[in-house]
Each structure stands twice: as C-alpha cells, then as structure tokens.
Design a protein around this ligand. Structure first.
Ligand SMILES: C[S@@+](CC[C@H](N)C(=O)[O-])C[C@H]1O[C@@H](n2cnc3c(N)ncnc32)[C@H](O)[C@@H]1O
Length: 399
C-alpha cells in the first residue's frame, strides 16, 4: 500500500479559499490523476459528490480541454466549484475597487432570516449587510461568485457558532462578547490574497445541483472516462453535517446567485436530511446486503436502521457510477465506527465495484492530518469510541 500522507500540505492554494468540511487533499488527487492521464486518454472526468471541487479543479489543471462533470446537493458546494472552474474575469481588479467603494457607500436596509440574532451580534450583522449589499451590485456573476465564497468564510468566522465543530453550536457568552468586528478588514484581506488564484477558465463544465441519485440519470452509459470522488461515509447527521455547516452562509448569499431547488433553506438541517442516507428511500440491493450483514449483526437495531438507509442509497450510487464510467473509478474513503464496530467502507466499496466489473488496481492510504471531527467522537457504555483516523484511496479500472 503506497503512503500518500502529504502531511506538509497547508492549503495555501485555491483550495484554502473555499472552506468546506472533509475536503480531499489536492496533491493526492493530483498525483493519482497525473499518472492516469499520462497512461491513458482521459477526455472526461466526473465527481458525483464534488463538494468544494478539489478533484474537478485538479483534473482541469491537468487538462483544460477535459469535459468536467460534477454533482452536489449543497448549493454552497455548487457555487465554490463553479467559480474555481470558471475563474474570475479580466476586470476583477476594477471590480474589487468598485466593491470596496460600494461597501463604504452601503445604505442601511432591512435583512433577516430565522434566528439571525442568535447566530450574529448586531455590530457584525451591520458590517455583513454592507458587504452583502456591495457584492449584489457587482455586474459580473463570476466575480460576484468569488466574492460570495470569501464572504461565506467571513460569515462563518464571525458567527456565534463554535469553530471546533461543523454543527451549529453556540459559543460561550464570554467568547461571543470578545468577538471584535473586523469583518470588513478581514473580508478585504481575503479578497486581496485570493483573487489571483481563480485563474482557470474551463469551457466544458457541467455542474448538476441536486441529489445525485436523481441527477445522474442525465449522464449517458459509459460516457465518463474517469470518475473520481469522495462520497459521504455515512448519513450527514451522524458523520459530517455539510448542510448545517453551509446554512448560515446560504442565508446570507443573494439567492439569485445560488442554484436552489426551493427546499434548501426550509431549516438549518434540511440539506443534511436530503443528503445520502438522510432518510429511508430505497431497499438495499441483495449483493450489498450480503456485504453489510456481518457488520449489522454486531450493532444495535436503532443504529442498524441508519446504517441500512445509508448503504441502500450508497449502493444505488455505486451502481450508477459503474453505469456511467467507461475506464477508471477512484474513490477516497474512510472507515467509520458505529457501536464500536468499524465499518470497512473501503473494503465494502472495493468488493462492490469488483462485482460490477471494475477491478481493484491499487489502494493508497494516509492519516487524516487536520480534523475537526475529533478522533474520539462518541461514547458507548461510558467508553470512548474512536472514529476515522485514516483514509484510503482505491483505484479501480474496468475489466
Ligand atoms: C466528502 S464530501 C466531498 C468533498 C470534496 N471531495 C471536496 O474535496 O471538497 C461529500 C459531498 O457529498 C455531498 N452529498 C451528500 N449527499 C448527496 C447526494 N444525495 N447527492 C449529491 N451530493 C451529495 C455533500 O453535500 C458533500 O459535499
């Protein structure tokens, strides 16, 4: 097994501008694709769970003429990936000056969303509203999108939610009181440092915003040379709440610049509930059930239900990935623990793909270096239970 730790990688690149939970490590995806691109003709790359767009951006860097196709249910992920692939316009420096002037000139106006005063202090709301107004006045959609992504970092940084978790969890009063309003200064600093990194302009980009189990029906059989992805490892609520993490920013960003289906902002956890395994939808496939049974036998019936819901969706997604992919499937995966039982998602996935005519050609592994999901995340019978601490990349090719 090859070690791919990249423990010195610090995200000083474009990926550090689009803050998102549980992202892939860009150089890992880069070296894997570099090898595949050098050995085979890769004209299309698909990430069904693109998140902040790490893999798609790295693919586009390797071949700007590549067809880039992605899907994600989260509109913030969609916006991040769009701007990374499309880049800012030639007029970005003029637009930055215009933006800063608009921030100074912003009038006072009404703006609210549920619990805004719980999650933000009045002085912070005042400054965020100025920036929001100013971004809305910029004519270029691409430049606005870049500003929104920086803005979303600032929204989260200056909200009353703790930075130690991706869930919305109110800070201690003392921490809230000591939060000084440097919103505009920090926003400008991130804009000034970030804009030149958004310099790719990829022509052939299709980003599907929605549930991949529905959206992938738009993708033809064997039309993708390489599928490269990192799916959720379990239902969002008990693993990584991507939706809850994004919700404050999504409330702030102008809706005209988001791909919304209409339900996303119904409440703070709606996106997580609509994500993979968030609710019972399908029955689990027979072959998949066989792979899961040894684990299910060891966990409580209440947790079994959640695990089954997740894997029912997950196996349908794998069926679909096999249907659309012509050559290679590369997946970054972690093995999570439920009731002290380590569910070997990596092995389950590999076996499933092999059963569907995709042969395992390599497995790489790395320790997860910077994690906000603590290594010990839950307790059973007052004993701590360790969560994911290593991730794996499996590489399969069609037989
Ligand atoms: C591990 S993250 C991907 C992170 C990404 N590789 C990156 O580097 O930023 C998994 C993603 O799957 C998305 N997701 C979960 N359920 C989904 C579904 N049913 N359809 C589409 N996307 C979904 C989440 O919104 C999240 O962005």
């Amino acid at each position: 097994m090859t070690d791919i730790s990249f423990s010195r990688y610090r995200k000083n690149d474009i990926h550090g501008v689009s803050l998102y939970p549980a992202t892939m490590i860009a150089p890992v995806q880069h070296i894997i694709m570099e090898k595949i691109f050098s050995e085979d003709n890769i004209g299309s790359v698909y990430d069904p769970y693109h998140g902040s767009g790490t893999a798609l951006f790295e693919a586009a860097k390797l071949n700007e003429d590549c067809n880039i196709i992605g899907c994600d249910i989260n509109p913030l992920a969609n916006l991040m990936t769009y701007i990374k692939l499309k880049g800012v316009t030639k007029k970005i420096e003029d637009d930055i000056q215009l933006l800063y002037r608009f921030i100074d000139e912003a009038p006072s106006y009404d703006f609210e969303f549920p619990n805004i005063n719980k999650w933000f202090k009045p002085d912070i709301i005042y400054s965020l509203k100025k920036i929001k107004w100013a971004i809305g006045k910029i004519p270029s959609k691409r430049n606005r999108s870049f500003f929104w992504i920086v803005f979303s970092n600032i929204v989260r940084r200056y909200s009353n939610t703790r930075s130690s978790t991706y869930k919305l969890h109110i800070r201690k009063i003392f921490d809230i009181d000591s939060l000084n309003d440097n919103v505009i200064r920090d926003f400008k600093s991130q804009v000034d440092k970030g804009y030149s990194k958004f310099n790719l302009k990829i022509k052939n980009v299709t980003l599907l915003k929605g549930d991949v189990l529905e959206m992938s029906k738009k993708i033809a059989d064997r039309s993708i040379d390489l599928t490269i992805t990192s799916p959720p490892y379990g239902d969002n609520k008990t693993t990584v709440p991507y939706g809850e993490f994004s919700s404050l920013a999504l409330f702030w960003i102008d809706q005209k610049d988001l791909e919304l289906e209409g339900w996303e902002l119904e409440n703070y956890s709606k996106i997580d509930r609509m994500s993979l395994g968030g609710r019972k939808r399908y029955d689990i496939t027979e072959y998949g059930r066989g792979l899961l049974d040894p684990y299910l036998a060891q966990i409580s019936s209440e947790k079994q239900r959640k695990v089954i819901n997740f894997f029912a969706d997950y196996f349908i997604s794998l069926d679909d990935i096999c249907r659309v992919t012509d050559k290679y499937i590369v997946m970054t995966l972690g093995n999570r623990t439920v009731d002290r039982v380590n569910i070997n998602l990596t092995e389950i996935t590999s076996k499933y793909l092999e059963h569907h005519s995709f042969k395992l050609i390599n497995t790489l592994s790395r320790d997860i270096p910077i994690k906000r999901i603590p290594k010990i995340i839950s307790s059973v019978d007052n004993q701590s239970v360790s969560s994911m601490n290593e991730e794996f990349v499996i590489i399969h090719s069609r037989l």
